[in-house]
Write a protein that binds this ligand. Structure first.
Ligand SMILES: O=C(O)COP(=O)(O)O
Ligand SMILES: [Mg+2]
Length: 228
């Protein structure tokens, strides 16, 4: 059966690429620079999802520091750049992108990672050439949980919102997809916090990316469905 959407917009961290350990390392290097305590990866993973500034702010506040984050950011972004290419694609991701691409489905990335880190990472994992559109945290005036970057990508791809699917792992993805009025699929393996996967209104919850190829959309267009 043909894939039921014409455009798929993927989240990056925790959806396509497992980057938590590298992000944690860049946070800890920054904490060390400021003589602050460091944290383990699961703890830091809980702060990922709303961009690098929120992430380092959470880390510094938990460490008891009230340092001016404007002063912290340059060093953090340097450490982030040092580790940004280390993320590993989750199992089956590249094959799934290849299968969708071969079917003529357009593909895009919408992430709260800064744009300058996105292309090099996708390139390093052999995925860059599959994507027509890429939006990072600093590409547009608004970022997830706003639906603006998702709508921008659909407009750019000339695909209707009803024919666009969002695939993500966290609260930001759910809120952005709902705001944009787009269907969404959640991966169960990512970096979500308190999100209840099965109550979020997803078209499907998948444990492995290749399962995306078998999803069936609801019969009813999204605007007629009740929201949770
Ligand atoms: O870097 C972040 O805060 C999260 O990035 P994501 O939107 O790709 O999950
Ligand atoms: Mg994510």
């Amino acid at each position: 059966m043909a894939f039921p959407y014409s455009l798929v917009i993927f989240d990056l961290d925790g959806t396509l690429v497992d980057s938590a350990a590298d992000i944690a390392e860049s946070v800890n290097r920054t904490l060390r620079d400021w003589n602050l305590p460091t944290y383990d990866t699961p703890r830091i993973t809980g702060w990922i999802g709303e961009g690098s500034r929120k992430l380092i702010t959470s880390a510094f506040r938990h460490a008891g520091s009230d340092a001016d984050i404007d002063e912290v950011m340059p060093g953090f972004l340097e450490h982030y750049a040092e580790t940004a290419l280390d993320g590993i694609a989750y199992e089956g991701v590249v094959d799934t992108l290849a299968a969708l691409h071969a079917e003529g489905v357009k593909l895009a990335v919408c992430t709260n990672k800064n744009e300058e880190f996105v292309r090099p990472l996708l390139e390093a994992r052999g995925m860059l050439h599959y994507f027509d559109g890429i939006v990072g945290a600093n590409t547009l005036p608004e970022r997830k949980p706003s639906g603006v970057p998702l709508r921008y990508l659909a407009t750019q791809a000339r695909v209707d919102i009803d024919r666009t699917l969002v695939v993500g792992d966290s609260e930001s993805d759910v809120l952005a997809a709902r705001d944009a009025g787009m269907d969404f699929v959640l991966v169960s393996y990512g970096y979500r916090k308190s999100l209840d996967l099965h109550a979020a209104g997803a078209v499907a919850v998948i444990d492995r990316m290749p399962d995306l190829l078998g999803i069936t959309p609801p019969d009813m267009p999204r605007r007629y469905r009740s929201m949770p």
